[in-house]
Design a protein around this ligand. Sequence first.
Ligand SMILES: Cc1cc2nc3c(=O)[nH]c(=O)nc-3n(C[C@H](O)[C@H](O)[C@H](O)COP(=O)(O)OP(=O)(O)OC[C@H]3O[C@@H](n4cnc5c(N)ncnc54)[C@H](O)[C@@H]3O)c2cc1C
Length: 467
Amino acid sequence: LNTSRQNPELGPVSIRQLRRIFGRKNLLTDPADCWPYGYDNSRRQALPQAVVFASDAEQVKALVELCNRDRINLIARGRGTGTTGATVPDRGGIVLSFERMDRILEINPDDRLAVVQPGVTNEALQNAVGEAGFFWPPDPTSAAVCTVGGNLAYNSAGPRAVKYGTPRENTLGLKAVTGAGRAIQTGVRTTKGVVGYDLTRLLIGSEGTLAIITEATLKLTPLPEARRTLQAVYQDMQAAATAVAAVMAQPVIPCALEFIDGAAIDLVRDYAGLDLPAEAGAMLMIEVDGPADGVDALAERIARAAEVEGAIAIHLAADAGEVQRLWKARKALSPALRKVAPKKINEDVAVPVSRMPEFIDRLQELGRRHQITIVNFGHAGNGNIHVNLLVNPDDPEEMRRAEACLDGVFDLVLQLGGTLSGEHGVGLEKRDYVDREITTETLALMRAIKHQFDPNGILNPGKGFPP
Ligand SMILES: Cc1cc2nc3c(=O)[nH]c(=O)nc-3n(C[C@H](O)[C@H](O)[C@H](O)COP(=O)(O)OP(=O)(O)OC[C@H]3O[C@@H](n4cnc5c(N)ncnc54)[C@H](O)[C@@H]3O)c2cc1C
């Protein structure tokens, strides 16, 4: 445990105050109880001095005031499914868990919005608004457990982002408590509004470093009546990327446009015994949704656009069973990867769609140069590629080569006009690379914004910025 200068052991006074704010049942101080709240899916872990469970915004405000007074680090936590260490209290402090502040406060079909507390899980929200005929577009694969607060703080998304956008495009307003202890309200309850600076978008994606979100007004979208699924197989990534550009350039926007590269196809073919053509060098999974009486025509348009030179087979699923079968290759990837390599370094970068073939080619070059197997899949419509370096963590020499390879991957992404993270965020994992993407001047402004929101630097210190 690294207790920084700013974060001395909690004294009896702070503990008494915590008990007063949260009550005995919503406070953990025994290290054995606190330990499980010090990790996330980055597999990093550090011990917080205390864990508190909020149930309302007043408690959050009182806690921020206490942390300012006693200079205690404060780390907001949804369900700890983040992959970059943003919830890990590596400098010690108090973890503020939202798992008990999870109510849906309002569902308003006429205004197409829902008001929620941050601890509600993505899935619970989808189920509740689904009954009214709506959905909230952000759809990370972790939806069953991750919280809306975590989705907002990381701007997390999934396959649907290609058509419906990320939390930034699907949030109307927020209530939050800044690091200085100010209760603020951002945004509107309408689908248009330009009064004041757009603090809603600023807080979304800020990884709990500027303010703690206590309530969110979310923009809902009507559920589509029908969906169609296509699998398109290509001889190489160049052909698949041409198809992606062609699909995205016609008026029917797919609601999912996922790809897996040749190395990934080989892996799942062996692992899951899939019936894919031997010459398959890349594959797209494409879904289209819309009204029941028009969706077949939409699927045909997409199929036509995807039929570019180098296409081997384009197949439209006939029924639900076939949809499942077609998705099997994509779904078999994670277990297949786990089987062939004890550890994968999984990066989530994004490049402009037109640069994807060059990116994949040069990734394979990098892999050869550093003798590291690289497997790629991801959200092709957004150019958001999950680059997986397959490594053995018990082989220090291989890990050194992987580090060098990763460095080359990030340089390559930036050379091609891309970004270091499409959806997983920065946290601790990528903060050392941020100044390669963001200029010194811009970073200075970001630090000034951080200081304005959080003058004592108590909120999630050390996350998101290069040291
Ligand atoms: C199996 C699996 C699949 C995944 N699939 C995807 C995917 O498809 N797409 C994707 O984008 N991500 C994915 N993720 C990553 C992760 O699930 C998402 O980033 C998710 O949004 C995190 O939610 P959480 O509730 O676990 O947040 P946490 O990990 O607990 O926190 C994430 C960040 O939010 C901050 N935070 C939490 N609550 C608040 C609040 N109320 N106010 C301010 N800051 C707050 C934390 O401090 C931290 O910085 C996946 C993870 C797993 C394990």
